[in-house]
Design a binder for this molecule. Structure first.
Ligand code: SF4
Length: 419
């Protein structure tokens, strides 16, 4: 049996325009509108002046209270359900293995990334705690409540890892340290390791060292964009946002030095206008440095500056997802792969039967991220439906079954062919 793409096959399963990738020309964010003065810097929340109490769920229909890190953090809906502080069920998932926490402030994130639901420009229409990161609601909860629930029975916690996500805010470096200290005061980070999803714009190498010294296990940098041009266009000057590619790389290289090989990585969003060759060149570079790439499929979050743009076609996403896995976990080099004139992958650098085995194993199509307790290439961070709806899954938060793999092969245009 073989699972090779037949040479004449050019079928696209994705877009009405027949293209099976998001080109740079198409993926242009719109410009943010000016925010009325009285709504800037969390104006509405501060004027309301409501005192925080208990859990705040997004869209509670009253103005978000003064929830403020380090006392409060937001956490993903999946983590809140797994922790038992919210009711609900997730499609085909029992729970999440990663307790994702997000620092929170009434002023919100001060950056303006074009694809992100938390971006600054959105304060014109919504209070911070009512905005989505991407796709998923993040309720706000006192950090002490979270730590107490996990600490009560660490041995039997469903979580394999905890992660603190920073946002761009003047207090975010200090408060990351406070949240980490609150956690390690009750929970041994050797039992339940901690990752940091950093915000390099406000950080120095000293901050990286401090987090390592306090027990953080893995340090990641959300580059998000695959090239400096796309970075600038989607999260730098192009959208009145403060981030710089060079600063992100400065902190990424500090993390490599301080945390060491296999203990640092980068988040990358696929389908924001880069070619497949460009994004995999970045993946290879990070792998050569000793790190890992954690990938997301671009999703046009409503209210973001890219909400008018197409989601990444599944063809493009699956090709990159598979190739990234081969580079990160199967020692395949980008130089062994083949690409067409538009930078699309046409060969993965493995024999047909080797490629078939990797596809059938299914791990390549699961959510990528920091490892949990199962095995190195299975991420604790499964982020259920954080980059796609359940009806058309991009990153599988569970192990894909036979029917999923059939669909994946169709998207890859690599059907099973009996020899
Ligand atoms: S820094 Fe992070 S949270 Fe803030 S707008 Fe950019 S992607 Fe969103």
């Amino acid at each position: 049996m073989s699972c090779v793409k037949s040479p004449e096959s050019t079928q696209s399963h994705s877009r009405e325009d027949g293209r099976d990738f998001n080109s740079s020309a198409v993926m242009q964010p719109r410009m943010p509108n000016p925010t009325p003065r009285e709504l800037r810097n969390g104006g509405r929340v501060k004027t309301n002046g409501r005192q925080p109490t208990g859990i705040y769920q997004p869209n509670n229909n009253f103005l978000a209270p003064h929830m403020q890190s380090p006392e409060y953090v937001q956490l993903s809906t999946a983590a809140a359900i797994t922790l038992g502080i919210m009711q609900g069920k997730m499609y085909r998932c029992e729970c999440t293995r990663c307790l994702n926490l997000l620092l929170t402030y009434p002023e919100g994130c001060r950056a303006n990334c074009a694809y992100c639901g938390l971006a600054r420009h959105r304060e014109a229409e919504r209070d911070y705690a009512d905005r989505n990161f991407i796709r998923v609601d993040w309720p706000a909860v006192p950090i002490d409540d979270i730590v107490n629930i996990v600490a009560k029975d660490v041995a039997n916690t469903p979580f394999h890892r905890m992660c603190i996500s920073m946002i761009t805010h003047p207090k975010s470096d200090r408060d990351t340290v406070s949240v980490l200290k609150k956690w390690t005061a009750q929970i041994d980070p050797n039992t339940l390791p901690v990752s940091i999803l950093s915000n390099p714009t406000t950080m120095t190498r000293h901050d990286v060292v401090t987090l390592k010294d306090l027990g953080a296990d893995i340090f990641t940098v959300a580059l998000d964009a695959a090239t400096p041009e796309i970075f600038d266009r989607t999260r730098g000057k192009g959208v009145q946002s403060p981030h710089k590619w060079s600063k992100y790389w400065e902190i990424l290289l500090s993390a490599r030095e301080v945390f060491g090989a296999q203990k640092f990585g980068a988040h990358i969003i696929v389908g924001m206008g880069e070619t497949e060759h460009e994004v995999l060149k970045l993946v290879q570079h990070i792998a050569n440095l000793g790190g890992h790439s954690h990938m997301f499929c671009f999703f046009p979050e409503q209210g973001s500056l890219m909400d008018h743009l197409p989601a990444t076609p599944r063809d493009q996403w699956r090709r990159v997802q598979l190739a990234r896995y081969l580079i990160d976990y199967r020692d395949v080099q980008i130089d062994q792969m083949r690409f067409d004139s538009e930078g699309r992958i046409t060969g993965y650098g493995l024999t047909d039967s080797e490629l078939c085995d990797v596809i059938d194993a299914g791990i390549a199509f699961r959510t990528s991220g920091c490892p949990g307790k199962i095995q190195e290439d299975i991420s604790a961070c499964d982020r259920p439906y954080g980059d796609s709806p359940p009806s058309n899954i991009a990153s599988f938060p569970f192990h894909p079954r036979k029917k999923d793999l059939t669909k994946i092969r169709r998207q890859l245009d690599i059907p099973i062919v009996v020899r």
